[in-house]
Design a protein around this ligand. Structure first.
Ligand SMILES: *[C@@H]1O[C@H](CO)[C@@H](O)[C@H](O)[C@H]1NC(C)=O
Ligand SMILES: *[C@@H]1O[C@H](CO)[C@@H](O)[C@H](O)[C@H]1NC(C)=O
Ligand SMILES: *[C@@H]1O[C@H](CO)[C@@H](O)[C@H](O)[C@H]1NC(C)=O
Ligand SMILES: CC(=O)N[C@H]1CO[C@H](CO)[C@@H](O)[C@@H]1O
Length: 308
């Protein structure tokens, strides 16, 4: 009984303070809502204060959703290209919620264009948001994560970025975006080592299949229709963020794989279109990863049939 009580506390984000960038919609918002369901405190740091002409959701609508889901919300206008804005947002979070336990670096700019088609403006945007922004937000959150570690509050950094793979075909069509995204993963590699003795975990999470978000629709999806909803990413993120930060760090996690490794066998409900099969595999997911997911799936169905 007592053991179960502690287990459930450890596996919840109740009372944890999350600073999430790009949380006004899509995957960032889904992660915020999952934490809110546990009773988490969420700083929603994003650029969108007033409605975007093409994309739904602002920090205020996201905050309302977080509160409805059972969490505390702090909407913050924060352009992560601006160091002063980041410092102010972090300070406001600490003043409001008493600290920071988790940083989720989700904000991301995307332009799937080749070198000639990528303007300097687009290149700078991807560099400034994906790699420089991730670094800058984390840099200013670190003192608070160290404090969280001292208090044994299980501090985590989670970057929404792909497993490190250096195959040229992942670069060919959009080198600049690929480098900006892999840069986020390189930070995971470095930070896991840098902060290990402080008990702070740094991990990366990436989807096996294409996730359908408003941003994806806006850039014109040539990815086909066999996509999943952001819910699979938030379930996987929740699993990572409730793991012991002293033990689980430096991992490049794929959503379906970690969920299967933890015993989940049902994935149909994540399909954007009910009944869709043969999900479209996402960028940067090597064949070995796809095969591992299949092996885990088959191992499970073998286990099931041997029980019959
Ligand atoms: C690169 O572009 C080509 C042509 O559009 C396409 O067939 C191929 O799948 C793309 N490769 C990746 C890894 O996106
Ligand atoms: C990747 O990171 C390095 C080091 O921070 C930086 O110099 C480089 O401009 C980044 N590249 C992109 C495309 O983000
Ligand atoms: C996706 O579905 C829409 C509507 O059913 C269809 O018009 C479109 O061709 C499909 N796209 C792909 C790439 O299969
Ligand atoms: C608002 C925002 O930038 N959301 C991003 C969250 O992360 C995913 C995966 O990197 C992006 O596709 C979203 O655009």
């Amino acid at each position: 009984m007592i053991f179960l009580y502690f287990l459930s506390v450890a596996m919840s984000l109740k009372g944890k303070v999350l600073f999430i960038t790009g949380a006004s919609r899509g995957i960032g918002l889904a992660i915020a809502l999952r934490a809110a369901k546990d009773g988490g405190y969420i700083a929603i740091a994003a650029k969108t204060d007033t409605p975007h002409p093409k994309l739904p959701g602002t920090i205020h609508t996201a905050a309302d959703e977080v509160r409805r889901a059972g969490g505390k919300a702090l909407p913050l206008v924060c352009d992560i290209r601006n160091e002063e804005a980041i410092k102010a947002a972090i300070q406001k979070t600490v003043d409001t919620f008493g600290g920071i336990d988790i940083v989720v670096n989700n904000a991301s700019a995307i332009s799937l264009t080749d070198t000639q088609e990528t303007s300097l403006k687009k290149f700078n945007l991807m560099f400034e948001i994906n790699s420089r922004g991730t670094w800058l937000v984390t840099k200013h959150a670190i003192p608070h994560l160290i404090e969280s570690g001292r208090k044994n509050r299980n501090p985590h950094i989670l970057n929404l970025s792909p497993p490190l793979t250096l195959k040229e075909h992942w670069f060919k069509n959009h080198t600049a975006y690929s480098i900006a995204k892999f840069n986020m993963s390189l930070f995971v590699l470095g930070w896991a080592a840098e902060f290990r003795d402080k008990g702070i975990a740094a991990n990366a999470l990436w989807p096996l299949t294409v996730i359908e978000t408003a941003a994806l629709k806006a850039i014109g999806s040539h990815f086909g229709n066999n996509t999943r909803t952001p819910e699979i990413m938030c379930d996987a993120a929740h699993l990572i963020l409730t793991k012991n930060s002293k033990e689980f760090s430096g991992n490049f996690v794929i959503d379906e794989i970690i969920l299967r490794e933890h015993g989940q066998t049902e994935f149909d409900h994540y399909a954007t279109r009910p009944g869709a099969k043969d999900m479209t595999i996402d960028l940067y997911v090597d064949d070995e990863i796809v095969n591992l997911a299949k092996t885990l799936q088959e191992a499970k169905s073998r286990k099931k049939s041997s029980k019959l």
